[in-house]
Design a protein around this ligand. Structure first.
Ligand SMILES: [Zn+2]
Length: 202
């Protein structure tokens, strides 16, 4: 059975790669990010940018936060609300997008306002911006492509699931809010993961 299906699967994989249009838009410092063998990538972390648009997310990604390596924080892929995909960092480099799991994961950022502009204000913790269908369709295409490219991929998580730290609210130090809440309650996990063969960890 496996032998008979293999050519079909390969053809399907090639078609998937042809269909998906990813625009490389490397961060200026991407060559300073540490290299890794791609077979050590076992997971995907889903984020949202918590910005009103991709340009604002790009500006945040370009900021230098680690003077020693002259690098900053970003995901590998960014999916805009119209479904277009940009890649900021090659997958063979370790991007800083989550605490503790950068070395073996890929970060995917969806443009979504989230709690913007005062992320930690006690009154802005509801995340009500929807993820448009075209954006979610592009995400599924990207996930399918990565499943084909990276046989060791097995888990997927939201940033909110991996970083549950609480911090003081910006408007009242007596109130605690979540440092990270992305992708948040509007993200339709079951729809995105349907038939994806990735295990969600939360
Ligand atoms: Zn995040």
């Amino acid at each position: 059975m496996l032998g008979a299906d293999t050519p079909k699967l390969m053809l399907w994989a090639i078609l998937m790669m042809l269909q998906i249009d990813i625009h490389s838009n490397w961060l200026p410092y991407q060559q300073q990010l540490q290299l890794r063998p791609v077979d050590q990538i076992t997971g995907i972390v889903i984020h949202c940018t918590e910005t009103p648009d991709l340009q604002t997310a790009r500006a945040l990604g370009e900021q230098i936060h680690y003077p020693q390596s002259a690098t900053g924080n970003s995901g590998h892929y960014y999916i805009d609300i119209d479904g277009s995909i940009e890649q900021y960092v090659p997958i063979e480099r370790i991007a800083h997008h989550v605490a503790d799991r950068n070395h073996n994961s890929i970060g995917i950022e969806l443009v979504n306002a989230g709690r913007y502009p005062d992320w930690l204000h006690s009154q802005s913790q509801q995340m009500t911006a929807v993820y448009p269908d075209v954006q979610l369709a592009a995400l599924r295409q990207l996930l399918l492509m990565l499943r084909q490219q990276l046989p060791a991929l097995e888990w997927i998580a939201g940033h909110e699931d991996l970083d549950r730290r609480l911090v003081n609210a910006s408007d009242d130090p007596h109130i605690k809010v979540h440092r990270k809440k992305d992708p948040g309650p509007m993200f339709p996990w079951s729809r995105v993961l349907d038939n994806m063969n990735l295990q969600r960890i939360d």
